[in-house]
Structure formats: structure tokens, C-alpha cells
Design a protein around this ligand. Structure first.
Ligand code: 5GP
Ligand code: MG
Length: 193
């Protein structure tokens, strides 16, 4: 499979689209059973989770709601502990079962922030569904109820995840290819000489 270039760096496939679809399907099945008759609200954390939530809720066959919050904590390729709320929660949360939908849980700062907001708003039950989970980077203790794929502690792009605003549209998930990236750098240097 060939590498792709994003923002001048070379990335290789780490998780294929069919692996992603299978993992999303498995979570949806679990949710259909666990949250039957609970009319859950899926609260998608933008931007990264837009693809995941779309594929997930297409396979959720129980009555449910879907809404969005927009937060930002990531700068280029690392997480910062400072979370900015760009679009807040505007649904009635009191007494509801809410499923926070994240693209990736890294340090856990984002998920904890949303969780605490929902607690303050008196949610009846809060579940967390994440497409990817990086256990090596996780610093919190909240359980991730539905993890589709356990990921290595590497920087990933694709399927909603971006590198400097690019790559969200990719259907597979990619990781930086250090060897190919070095070669690319050498080639670019030669050309620019
Ligand atoms: P946390 O607050 O758990 O440290 O980070 C959560 C957010 O950082 C995720 O929702 C995601 O938007 C971003 N993030 C974490 N790891 C990665 C990664 O490997 N690649 C990209 N593109 N974003 C990431
Ligand atoms: Mg996210």
C-alpha cells in the first residue's frame, strides 16, 4: 500500500478502512443491547469524531438523539491540558443517558472535561465511546466503556483525525513513516539546493 504525503510528511497505513468498519459495527451492536429503551443522546466531540459518529449511529437501531460539542485541545501533534469550548452543549441533559463520542482518547483531558460538564448538568448516566484509545498516554481513571480500537502511542491521521487541518477525509488511518519521511526530507533538500 502506498504512502501519502500530508503537510510535507510521509504517512503509512496503520488501520485499514475495513478494520475500522468492523470495529465500529461491534461497538454499535453492544450499544444496541446495552442501551435499549434508554433513548441515549450521542454527544459527538467535534471536529475529529464526525466520521466515527456518522458510521456509528447508522448502525444504532434503538431510539436515540445525536448532538455535537466543539472543543479544542490539540496543537499540531501533541495534546495540551487547556481545553477551549468552541460550541457548547445545547440539549437538555438532566435525567438523560449520554454517550460521549470521541475520535481518540489520548491523555483523557478532553473526555474528563466533557464528562464533568455532563455531571454538572445532571445526566442520569454517562458512557464514553471512542474509536481509538491510547492506553500508554492515558492519565485519567474514567473507564472508556466502548473502545473500538486500542492504538499505539503514535500520532495518527485519517478517518476524522487531522494533521494541521489535513487528512480528515481519509477512509483509512495513517501513522508517520519515519524512514520514508527522512528520505523525503533528503529529496526535498536536494531539489531546493
Ligand atoms: P486528549 O484530551 O485525550 O489528550 O486528546 C483528545 C483529542 O486530541 C482527540 O479528541 C483528538 O482530537 C486529539 N488527538 C489525540 N491523539 C491524536 C492523534 O494521534 N492524532 C490526531 N490527529 N489527533 C489526536
Ligand atoms: Mg476528539
Amino acid at each position: 500500500m502506498s504512502n501519502i504525503i500530508l503537510g510535507g510528511h510521509s504517512f503509512k497505513i496503520k488501520i485499514t478502512s475495513s478494520e475500522i468498519q468492523k470495529a465500529v459495527s461491534d461497538i454499535a451492536k453492544q450499544i444496541n443491547t446495552d442501551l435499549k429503551n434508554k433513548n441515549p443522546l450521542f454527544l459527538c466531540v467535534l471536529n475529529g469524531s464526525f466520521m466515527f459518529v456518522a458510521d456509528l449511529v447508522k448502525q444504532v437501531k434503538i431510539e436515540c438523539g445525536v448532538s455535537f460539542v466543539k472543543l479544542s485541545s490539540y496543537e499540531e501533534t501533541s495534546s495540551t491540558a487547556q481545553i477551549k469550548e468552541l460550541i457548547g452543549i445545547n440539549e437538555v441533559i438532566k435525567g438523560r443517558t449520554v454517550v460521549i463520542v470521541e475520535d481518540i482518547v489520548d491523555t483523557g483531558e478532553t473526555i474528563e472535561f466533557v464528562y464533568n460538564q455532563l455531571k454538572k448538568l445532571d445526566a442520569a448516566e454517562i458512557k464514553i465511546a471512542s474509536l481509538l484509545f491510547k492506553p500508554e498516554a492515558y492519565l485519567k481513571s474514567l473507564p472508556i466503556d466502548y473502545t473500538a480500537i486500542v492504538a499505539p502511542n503514535d500520532f495518527l491521521v485519517g478517518y476524522g483525525l487531522d494533521y494541521k487541518g489535513h487528512g480528515r477525509n481519509l477512509t483509512d488511518i495513517y501513522v508517520l513513516d519515519y524512514e520514508a519521511d527522512e528520505k523525503l526530507k533528503r529529496k526535498t533538500k536536494k531539489i531546493n539546493k
